[in-house]
Ligand binder design. Sequence first.
Ligand code: HPA
Ligand code: ZN
Length: 350
Amino acid sequence: MTHTLPAIAPGRLPALLAAMPKAELHIHIEGSLEPEMVFALARRNGVALPWASVQELRRAYAFTDLQSFLDLYYQGAAVLRTEEDFYDLALAYLARAAMDNVVHAEIFFDPQTHTARGVAMDTVVRGLARACMDARQRHGIGATLILSFLRHLSEREAFETLEQALPLREHFIGVGLDSSELGHPPEKFERVFRRCRELGLHLVAHAGEEGPPAYIWQALDLLHAERIDHGVQAVHDAALVRRLASERIPLTVCPLSNQKLQVFPDLRQHNLKALLDAGLAATANSDDPAYFGGYLNENLRQVFDATGMGARHAWQLAHHSFEASFAPAADKARWNELLLDAFERHAASR
Ligand code: HPA
Ligand code: ZN
């Protein structure tokens, strides 16, 4: 299929990256909470904040590792209280993603960070799900939800969260695993994921962001994850890279996240190009765009600039994003057509 790609002049690549249709498969909705919305929701809900201004909060976004980010991310999420808050948050993200020509988003949410503050599961899920429905009408973007377990909490708490969410089963398509990776290997959640698998939920897991290749093996072999979120540490294990390539296991890579959390402090060192060139089904995503300095197109712009990727890589990233999604085959076929259309519109002869 790739050999039919029309030639793209280097000067047209930035416009093509922005214009091409794409799916976003690694976005934490709480990570799309912009500082302005933190302050607006704090005012609306009468929540006191430890920062004097939007500027002061933004200045605090200087991270040394994953944990330094998570500490702030959970603090920010504390302003979310009502169904309307979750609705507004998700609709704002989807409107912004549609501007980047994202046609489909599979959105993580972290219910435990909200239920721990006394917010009902129902409030969280209904607000998010209603935004997903309305976004299709208003912005022409499709969206589904993935419930993510916090791995720094216990197996028992994950099971309790699953039980609370099951009455809302129709509103989410799968489960994921996020939060502090080191010291919380996937094996801790083997039984929870087995139960989710029996329930017919899709399974994904963060692995190999900061953690070792062994965590990626566990996510595949013990959790039966269908996609690996991040997975960039796989390159340290040649046998793992061969497995990921031969089984076409998607990696949802997040360039600006990796830079801001010092996984690759210099984006020129990022291995997205190497992963693609090794035949892996890597995708590009924004992770927590409000915290890491950019939505999906900004991630693409910066990582292409820094690593010298070309039009074929652009096509691969968008094509992989469709193939790796949990959307129906007919949608994938339509998006692949739109992708080719975008390449033809930006072809050298035009
Ligand atoms: N890693 C782990 N947990 C997270 C992340 C991440 O990049 N973003 C939000 N929760
Ligand atoms: Zn993430």
